[in-house]
Write a protein that binds this ligand. Structure first.
Ligand code: ZN
Ligand code: ZN
Length: 424
């Protein structure tokens, strides 16, 4: 199986775009990544020498799983076996470090590369973007052009998504126009998605809707979902209802949209609306996808579902989590129960919040790592407002840096604040 993944990824890399590169990876789910690692270990133990293709493939698995320690070991192996850090291995290393939460290491790899191509530059630009460091991404973008490399559509997706994560709307629009007018690149759905996300999250919901109405490609559920998320941030029920109707006409089987609209109604205290969404979900037999978070400890990935009690250290984990809850409440943290679905009793809502999977992963990290060690958490959904606030407090009272990769971007919590500046 490893060889088959390896070939697909390598072919995608050869085709020259990071988007293809990334799409190939998306087909490989987490279990397959874990299995790829096991096969890789057996190959190593039986003395099989790994080639560049295998290294690119296994680095992608480390990136997807957020397995930084494993990724570092592979990097070391590349050095010790004198494998040439060509543009493919270079990009895979930059991507692995960025997606595992260490953008500083991505930069170091990039700096040491003797040859850099569009993919190397674009991978680092996108990395800075997802880390919310749009200024670094922009400066790199300029350096790339000055070095004689012409940006393509993928490079623009990288820079635009960076601006979108940081709320840099004006400069984002300048770059979008530059892409079409100076570089004559036809915008794709991905570029429009960045633009809609940028405008929507800045509260310009009408302009975002107008982009979707007038763009040259048909909208998918992703771009509409990003606008729906903006409606949640700015609590605009009217636009949200319109967008939901559109989304459900093209993607009726995805429970996530019903849950998102239901949460918007809940924030607006519109319990009839919440009930309506629940009935629709029930009629269509849809189940909310489970949220999970994971953390790597000593090279091993530990995953937690919401309210998970299956971990062997579960009792101690819940003990640490309750203790943290008490300590942060004493420091002024007030649980925000608005993001809990429905009008359930307040004390039950509190319990539901504490069971959010990243809180379990953080508690486990505190339990099993040394004082002051950085905690790196991966999660499959967006971080909720309450967990974001709680994590800020936890970073302060424990003196820990906590890096969370959610489904959209990185949050780096340190000393009571987050690198996203509470804009996500
Ligand atoms: Zn949460
Ligand atoms: Zn944040």
């Amino acid at each position: 199986m490893l060889l088959c993944i390896s070939a697909n990824i390598f072919n995608a890399a050869l085709s020259g775009t990071v988007i293809n590169f990334v799409n190939e990876i998306r087909y490989v789910n987490n279990n397959e990544h874990a299995m790829a690692m096991t096969i890789f270990d057996s190959m190593q133990n039986s003395g099989v020498v790994s080639d560049a293709m295998t290294m690119v493939s296994i680095l992608q698995s480390c990136a997807s799983l957020g397995a930084l320690q494993r990724g570092r070991n592979i990097h070391e192996k590349i050095w010790t076996t004198h494998l040439d850090i060509n543009v493919y291995i270079g990009a895979a290393l930059i991507n692995m470090y960025a997606r595992c939460g260490s953008i500083e290491d991505s930069q170091k790899v990039f700096d040491k590369m003797s040859e850099r191509d569009l993919i190397s530059w674009t991978t680092l630009i996108s990395g800075y973007g997802t880390h919310g460091l749009a200024k670094n991404a922009e400066s790199l973008f300029t350096q790339m052009i000055n070095s004689g490399i012409k940006p393509d559509g993928v490079a623009f997706v990288g820079i635009l998504s960076g601006f979108s994560h940081c709320g840099m709307v004006d400069i984002g629009q300048i770059y979008f126009n530059r892409m079409t007018e100076v570089y004559r690149i036809e915008p794709t759905l991905e570029h429009y998605s960045c633009l809609v996300d940028m405008l929507g999250r800045a509260g310009k919901l009408d302009e975002a809707e107008e982009v979707i109405r007038t763009m040259s490609v048909a909208p998918d559920s992703g771009i509409l979902g990003s606008l729906l998320n903006s409606c949640k941030i700015h609590l605009n029920v009217q636009v949200a209802e319109r967008v939901t109707e559109h989304i459900l006409s093209i993607d009726p089987e995805n429970a996530g949209w019903y849950v998102l609209m239901s949460n918007i109604y809940a924030t607006d205290q519109n319990w009839n609306g919440v009930a309506r969404m629940r009935v629709l979900m029930k009629e269509r037999k849809l189940i909310k996808p489970p949220g999970w978070s994971s953390i790597e400890i000593n090279g091993e990935i530990h995953s937690f579902l919401v309210f998970d009690r299956s971990h062997p250290d579960s009792t101690s984990i819940y003990h640490v989590m309750r203790d943290l809850e008490t300590r942060i409440q004493a420091e002024g943290y007030v649980p925000d129960t608005r993001c809990v679905l429905g009008n359930v009793a307040e004390d039950l809502k509190l319990d539901m919040l504490c069971g959010h999977s990243e809180r379990l992963a953080i508690a486990f990290g505190i339990l099993r790592t040394d004082e002051g060690e950085v905690l790196r958490i991966m999660k499959n959904l967006r971080v909720c407002l309450d967990c974001h606030t709680a994590t800020k407090f936890i970073s302060r009272i424990t003196g820990r840096e906590i890096i969370v990769r959610d489904s959209k971007r990185f949050h780096r919590f340190k000393n009571g604040s987050c690198s996203c500046g509470d804009y996500w």
